[in-house]
Design a protein around this ligand. Structure first.
Ligand code: DGL
Length: 275
């Protein structure tokens, strides 16, 4: 494994860019390849079989680029197809969105009443419940979960500080204000783009950003495997990312630049399937 190889990051669309932003923050010396399957977004309302197939196709593409690590910047794929990606990746380490996020939620919660929001597929899979139950005494833990399927298209439309979004968010989240929850896992990588609206509705709740938590895990694994690029940090350098998407939606560049906070080159278009 070459220390200078790229870290491959993939998602169904633009949501994984919130993860990429955190990765760049924690790993300023690394070079990244971002793959967004924009032609087939959303994944969150598709069957497990389909999500597995898409995840395998994305993994094969990243492996063909000789990446040194794969980050599944999508909670839906992490919930439904982590093992499929790991199997294909072999010795290449794979990081999903769940383990460090669940640990962070458990450790920071005082009441141990934790809520999770995500796509329908993620919530139906009960992946966070399983993850939390692996680290915690289930008798002392209450987990509330709720699918929020309208959040993904709202983010993709950049409806971020918008009255309609506020109304939908309040509709989804109102049930949590009656529970004694103090921690909410944003279990979809699109959702950090809506943090402000969510935090305003649940002001005393600690929001867990899965991209942030997973970046800590990525940093640890790179260091443990001695593949962390630890050259001297050049703080003036622009982030090094190659972008690949499966369909150039007219909005992609605009949303990407908004979520990342810097301008990007035109993305490359790639076809992942042979349909
Ligand atoms: N951003 C993705 C996630 O974290 C999936 C959104 C979608 O494609 O439905 O779950």
């Amino acid at each position: 494994m070459d220390i200078n190889s790229l870290i491959g990051v993939f998602d169904s669309g633009v949501g994984g860019l919130t993860v990429l932003k955190q990765l760049i923050r924690f790993l300023p010396n690394e070079k990244f390849l971002y793959l967004g399957d924009t032609a087939r977004v959303p994944y969150g309302n598709k069957s497990q079989e389909t999500v597995k197939r898409y995840a395998e196709e994305a993994t094969k593409f990243l492996l063909s680029k000789n990446v040194k690590m794969i980050v599944i910047a999508c909670n839906t794929v992490s919930s439904l197809a982590l093992e499929n990606v790991r199997k294909l990746a072999g010795d290449i380490p794979v990081v999903g969105m769940l383990d460090f996020s669940a640990i962070a939620a458990y450790r920071t919660s005082r009441t141990k009443n934790i809520a999770v929001i995500g796509t329908r597929a993620t919530i139906d899979s009960q992946s966070y419940e399983q993850q939390l139950k692996q680290i915690a005494d289930t008798k002392k833990l209450k987990i509330y979960s709720k699918p929020c399927p309208l959040f993904v298209p709202l983010v993709e439309e950049l409806f971020l500080d918008n009255e309609a979004t506020k109304l939908i968010a309040s509709n989804y989240l109102v049930e949590f204000s009656e529970k004694n929850i103090d921690t909410l896992i944003l279990g979809c990588t699109h959702y950090p783009a809506l943090s402000k609206i969510i935090q305003d509705l649940l002001p005393n709740v600690n929001l867990i950003d899965t991209g942030e938590q997973s970046s800590i895990q990525v940093l640890r694994i790179l260091a443990e495997k001695h593949i962390l690029n630890n050259d001297t940090i050049d703080f003036s350098a622009v982030p090094q990312v190659e972008f690949f998407i499966t369909d150039l939606s007219p909005n992609f560049k605009k949303i990407a630049e908004f979520l990342l906070g810097f301008s990007i080159e035109n993305p490359n278009i790639v076809q992942l399937n042979n349909d």
